[in-house]
Design a binder for this molecule. Sequence first.
Ligand SMILES: C[S@@+](CC[C@H](N)C(=O)[O-])C[C@H]1O[C@@H](n2cnc3c(N)ncnc32)[C@H](O)[C@@H]1O
Length: 226
Amino acid sequence: MEPGFWHSKWDTQQIGFHQNEVNPLLIKYWPRLNLNNLVNTSVFVPLCGKTLDICFLAELGHEVIGCELNETAVEHFFTENDLSYSTSRVGELQKFATEQVSIYQGDLFSLSHEALSSQEHRTIGAFYDRAALIAWPEEMRQDYVQKLAALIPPKSIGLLVTLDYPQEALKGPPFAVSNDWIMANMAEFFEVEILSCEDVLSENPRFIKKEVPWLTESVYRLIRRG
Ligand SMILES: C[S@@+](CC[C@H](N)C(=O)[O-])C[C@H]1O[C@@H](n2cnc3c(N)ncnc32)[C@H](O)[C@@H]1O
């Protein structure tokens, strides 16, 4: 989506995607990524919003590096979690940082690999995408995948959470992303393994109200090739 779409969602607090608890799929599947050797690396969280999932990852000992377009979202993340932060300019983005969490505020496409690999951060060894891939309409999704792949080092291990449903039944976001789309468009950059695929229609009133006939949520383990 265009930046204006997301800014207006944050301005009017229409943020139905935000969860007031840590995502249960992160709690369940993160330990299954076997990241034991990677606790001292950082985790990249693209399109992070103000998700509490950042806090969960930080509490595991990771440094967490997010990227979020909207300044209010970033400020709210830090103030709502009682974290005092410093700010600095990094190219076209603004960096909000505590010792363990940094969020680059601005357009992901303006974030550079150099910023993420600077000595201010531990090396990125993992990444987490919940409601980021599915936030892009199909015509922008491939660019996002390429940008994500360019930002993280080879061998980084990631958890990806997607939704799939008949796209004609509902206007995104979230957009439907099928297993076929993932295999056709992500396998060039990532080794892809599906960890689960569950029917989640009954938990999503917006989809029921719009009479979407089915809705599945999938979890993938990705490894950046190279
Ligand atoms: C569907 S929300 C998901 C937020 C978060 N991952 C979560 O689980 O709550 C997508 C977020 O991506 C942000 N966003 C959209 N386009 C972006 C871009 N080009 N660069 C960085 N962030 C972007 C939006 O402001 C929004 O907060």
